[in-house]
Design a binder for this molecule. Structure first.
Ligand code: ATP
Ligand code: MG
Length: 278
């Protein structure tokens, strides 16, 4: 569904993407996990046709993003990292503008808007001005807008950034529902739990290069199952164990105090890149 071959992008002196290769199949929920400045937004912008690539090939559902025309754009919907709704217009008016851009006629727009606002639980907010919506509602409205023209692929650039824990979970549930309804999803995040909870497969991206692509389970398993954290001088030292009893026996034999926890994707990211995501 998404095919990226030898993708490169440089901004003036910054090499934002270095030889990125990836393949996402129909129906997958694929996550790009990486720290600030890793190249996540650049990737999404190139895949959705907003930024031009320097070299390489990107195909969405078989359509090359470099070929002029709107074929590849029709394949995808985008929820950008920063909120770009029209604040002075109402919920319905924002959706209507987008529908017109995709040349949906009035009838198609009205029925699809109705359906999607119910879907994101905002059916009672049709006439509300965007400037009066909460942060979580704005995100959900952007998701509805991205789905308006029924794209095969939904791109979400940091879909829950800045939201509280409750709203984050609500958005996660919505994203899972969209995948279950058959849409392929590509999302970026720098939240460990988000990638762990949502992604079928995850790519670690660091300094513009993909470090590894695998399932969260398999990446975490490579570290062991249990982690022991100990504060050492100013830094945290972590030891890994496969067996909980082994970890507890180790603690019992030491003078220091430890925190025992399950291994997470941050441990895998640290092991592979030498740095933390968050
Ligand atoms: N328009 C631009 N002009 C110059 N440099 C840019 C531009 N956009 C991004 N960059 C640089 O390219 C690199 C990758 O940026 P990008 O926004 O893709 O990272 P990101 O992973 O999305 O980061 P964040 O988590 O902060 O959103 C960074 O070093 C950034 O400063
Ligand atoms: Mg970004």
């Amino acid at each position: 569904m998404i095919q990226v071959l030898n993708l490169n992008k440089t901004y003036k002196s910054t090499q934002a993407l270095k030889d990125v290769n990836l393949q996402v199949d129909k129906g997958e929920l694929f996550a790009f996990l990486g720290p600030n400045g890793a190249g996540k937004t650049t990737t999404i912008r190139i895949l959705t046709g907003l930024t031009k690539l320097d070299s390489g090939t990107v195909r969405l559902n078989g359509f090359d993003v470099n070929t002029p025309g709107i074929d590849s754009r029709r394949q995808c919907g985008l929820v950008p990292q920063s909120i770009n709704l029209d604040r002075e217009l109402s919920v319905v008016e924002n959706l209507n503008i987008h529908g017109r851009l995709f040349r949906m006629n009035k009838e198609q727009r009205m029925s699809r808007i109705e359906e999607l606002l119910d879907y994101v639980e905002m059916g009672d907010r049709k006439a509300t001005l965007v400037k009066n919506l909460s942060g979580g509602m704005k995100r959900r409205l952007m998701i509805a807008r991205a789905l308006l023209h029924s794209p095969a692929i939904l791109f979400l650039d940091e879909p829950t950034v800045g939201l509280d824990a409750g709203m984050r979970r609500k958005i996660w549930a919505l994203i899972k529902k969209i995948q279950q309804n058959g849409t392929t999803i590509f999302l970026t995040t720098h939240y460990i739990e988000e990638a762990e909870f949502l992604a079928g497969r995850v790519a670690f991206i660091d300094k513009g290069a993909i470090v590894v692509v695998d399932t969260p389970e398999s990446l975490m398993k490579q570290q062991g199952t249990w982690a022991l954290d100990r504060l050492k001088e100013d830094d945290m030292e972590t030891l890994y164990f496969n067996d909980r009893k082994e970890a507890n026996d180790y603690i019992a034999a030491q003078k220091d105090s430890f925190t025992l926890r399950r291994v997470n994707l941050e441990d895998s990211f640290l092991a592979l890149t030498g740095k933390k995501v968050q």
